[in-house]
Design a protein around this ligand. Structure first.
Ligand code: GUN
Ligand code: ZN
Length: 470
């Protein structure tokens, strides 16, 4: 058995802060001087240093001390595209033309392992340098790319949910698969990778607009064969896409209805984006236990729209929610940037909801829920992300028995001015010992800092990234 231990200042979440308005401390666990003991990648002990050290003196004696940092659970990216790594920052198009012009030609190159392998390695390097330790990812329509993605994730011991991308229409012939091929590829990869190590297979129809009835039937078949399997897709991202998809299915009243028609919506269903999801669709997502992924970098970059965070977090019929980069639709790898943009989307939505544009639209309760304070923000990319993926029994916080993924955050890092800003909030030695200051530093990291705040990233108890070299 391999045992490692880390001593430092820890913060994680034990509940959803949206349920504790004004009392965020009730949702958090803050241990100023803590010890985390990991055995074979799993958290074996955790708590205040004196208590854990008394129980585990050997581990305490050998502990790695991470000073002057805040240690949080590793970040969860609920929606990202591996083969878009090289087209980050593609210019000038909204969703549908962007796919044709930039995405499909690039993803096609990943059918060739020589091109795919360095891109996939760089993808995971970038994730780790951003503090992301788990992701739900798209690959390509080919088995080979998907296989290579699972292999690389396993080499790094990272938790990943992925699957062959199902698309057979509204794309060039050289890019698509067929329903028969998709089922055959999926079955083979499910047998090899699903539930092996930290990998999970997902049935991954790219989006309803790109799927024939036969392809959606193929997805239904796989879901019947594996009822507990994740389903990962896109939904209601862009108005032209919504129109295109719903016109293909005149018997469905809305976009979600298409996936419902093929029995794909339930627990472990994730629809990426959901910018234009209507209130009846929200209600049905809630009833089904299904999730959306909020991808603000992408929604701004591609001009898709403003996700209704406050609606998604409705206390009565809110939904499961992950946050995601949607890289390369999103122009960053970093979940810190996602928080930055998520905050701004919330503020923009509040301009519409505060009644100043049209008093009829005023909804102060939803407006309050749009405000992404530090606790809501970091919950959403840790325990909240795990909850959205139905993985909160395995990742997301420092509960015993969970997988030991964590990041060490440096509040003094970031662009010019970030260190000075942080010093206005805290100029003491070591990490602050009060939650209020810790919260202020976390908010500063997302609003003023950037991915440089990630000083170290640990996966399954092993350090896999160090900003300042070996
Ligand atoms: N909808 C279908 N495919 C894609 C994709 O690759 N990125 C985004 N953002 N939306 C999509
Ligand atoms: Zn996407």
């Amino acid at each position: 058995m391999t045992t490692t231990a880390v001593r430092g200042t820890f913060l994680d979440f034990v509940d959803d802060p949206w349920k504790h308005v004004g009392d965020e401390a009730a949702a958090t666990r803050f241990v100023h001087d803590g010890l985390l003991v990991v055995e074979d990648g799993i958290i074996a002990d955790f708590g205040p240093y004196p208590e854990v050290a008394a129980r585990r003196p050997d581990a305490a004696a050998a502990a790695t001390v991470i000073a002057d940092r805040l240690i949080l659970p590793g970040f969860v990216d609920g929606h990202i595209h591996v083969p878009q790594t090289r087209i980050l920052g593609a210019y000038g198009e909204q969703l549908l033309p962007w796919l044709q012009k930039w995405v499909f030609p690039e993803e096609r190159k990943y059918f060739d392992p020589e091109y795919a392998i360095p891109g996939i390695e760089r993808f995971f390097d970038n994730l780790l340098a951003s503090g992301t330790t788990s992701c739900q990812a798209f690959t390509t329509a080919k088995r080979i790319t998907t296989e290579l993605v699972f292999e690389e994730a396993a080499r790094r011991d990272m938790r990943i949910i992925a699957g062959v991308t199902a698309i057979d229409q509204h794309a060039p012939d050289w890019f698509t698969t067929t329903p028969e091929q998709f089922v055959a590829d999926s079955r083979e990869l499910i047998a090899r990778y699903h539930g092996v190590g930290r990998s999970l297979y997902a049935i991954t129809p790219r989006f309803a607009y790109g799927a024939s009835v036969e392809l959606l039937e193929a997805c239904r078949l796989l879901k019947q064969e594996h009822p507990d399997m994740h389903v990962h897709t896109h939904i209601s991202e862009n108005p032209s896409e919504v129109r295109g998809a719903t016109q293909l299915h005149p018997d469905c009243t809305d976009y979600l209805g298409i996936y419902e028609k093929f029995d794909l919506v339930g627990p472990r269903f994730t629809g990426g984006h959901g910018v234009w999801i209507t209130n009846p669709e929200y209600q049905r997502l809630h009833d089904a236990g299904a999730a959306l992924t909020f991808c603000p970098c992408s929604n701004l970059y591609l001009g898709s729209g403003l996700f209704r965070l406050g609606r998604a977090k409705d206390p009565v019929n809110g939904i499961r929610l992950t946050f995601g980069t949607d890289m390369g639709g999103g122009n960053r790898f970093s979940m810190i940037h996602v928080l930055d943009d998520a905050y701004k989307v919330g503020m923009l939505n509040n301009t519409l909801l505060d009644g100043s544009v049209d008093p009829v639209d005023q909804d102060l309760a939803e407006s309050q829920r749009n405000k992404l304070n530090w606790a809501r923000a970091f919950y959403s990319i840790t325990l909240g992300g795990a909850h959205g993926l139905y993985l909160d029994d395995r990742i997301g916080n420092f509960d015993l028995g969970k997988e030991a993924d964590f990041v060490a955050l440096d509040w003094t890092a970031g662009p010019p001015g970030a260190d000075w800003h942080a010093s206005l909030l805290w100029d003491g030695t070591g990490a602050p010992d009060d939650l209020e200051t810790v919260g202020e530093l976390l908010f500063a990291m997302m609003a003023v800092g950037d991915e440089r705040v990630v000083a170290e990233t640990w996966v399954a108890g092993r350090r896999r990234y160090r900003r300042d070299g070996a």
